[in-house]
Design a protein around this ligand. Structure first.
Ligand SMILES: [Zn+2]
Ligand SMILES: [Zn+2]
Length: 269
């Protein structure tokens, strides 16, 4: 793997849902062992989450200091990214927060819909599978239309991970119109998407998004794609990148995107 292909989605022990042993130093050590030239931490900021898990917000003054400390101590390229959990009533709060710190990269993710948690199943109650997926994509479309302060949209078809349905795959054609609207809005606004490799670890056997959606993104003119393992423990760092690379090439891409100071750089795959 090209040493410039940096994992753009990972959680350290600053995130409340990550392994307490997943320190920045251990991730840097793992990056060094793989010969990767830098590391991008993207811990969680989920304001107003419906369950208490994210109530203890990371102290970003401290976080920034820790990034600077390990950068100096390890003499390594350490970038400060963030995964923002989007909800429509938080637009202003999210932008204000992002202005306060020198982030290199921002993922916009949806973990909550209509103030209901996906993870605990609340969002799916009283909905068929199709209704749940459609409502999720409506929420995504609203987000990409009304919110601009991000670089890539996180795990675009993440909804398939939850809900406990027997058949968790979905047919692109069932959601073709709304997905086209989502993708064209992302592209028109100069934003990108990620290939999130965690689907393999969650037993879905697919990456987020899958090949069909990635091909469609390319057809519509999409260029910006980052790779992210969504590791919550050091063991999962950089996991699934060979599969992601294979899929990216299959979809017709020649470049992958890396970010620094919120500016995209295109790296040959
Ligand atoms: Zn996420
Ligand atoms: Zn994540």
């Amino acid at each position: 793997m090209n040493k410039k292909i940096i994992d753009h989605h990972m959680h350290t022990n600053f995130s409340p849902d990550a392994d307490p042993k997943a320190t920045m130093e251990l991730y840097i050590q793992a990056a060094r062992e793989k010969g990767i030239e830098g590391i991008m931490f993207t811990d969680h900021v989920d304001f107003d989450y419906p369950t208490p898990i994210f109530d203890d917000m990371i102290d970003y003054d401290l976080y920034q200091k820790e990034i600077e400390r390990v950068r100096a101590k390890e003499n390594f390229k350490v970038f400060m990214g963030v995964e923002m959990g989007y909800q429509p009533h938080l637009n202003q709060m999210m932008s204000d927060f992002l202005k306060s710190y020198p982030f290199d990269f921002v993922i916009c993710s949806i973990h909550v819909g209509d103030r209901l948690d996906f993870y605990n199943g609340d969002f799916f109650k009283g909905k068929t599978q199709k209704e749940a997926y459609m409502r999720y994509y409506e929420i995504v479309l609203n987000a990409v239309r009304s919110y601009d302060d991000y670089d890539v949209f996180g795990h675009l078809d993440y909804i398939i991970r939850y809900g406990g349905f027997e058949n968790r795959s979905y047919l692109l054609k069932d959601y073709a119109d709304i997905l086209d609207q989502i993708l064209t809005t992302i592209i028109k606004k100069g934003k990108g998407i990620e290939i999130n490799t965690s689907g393999i670890r969650y037993g879905l056997g697919v990456l987020h998004p899958g090949i069909d959606l990635l091909k469609r993104y390319k057809e519509l003119g999409g260029k910006i794609v980052t790779f992210g393992s969504d590791a919550h423990k050091v063991y999962d760092y950089y996991d699934g990148f060979e599969e992601a690379k294979k899929m990216l090439i299959e979809a017709g891409f020649e470049y992958i995107t890396v970010f620094q100071k919120r500016i995209p750089e295109f790296v040959k795959i």
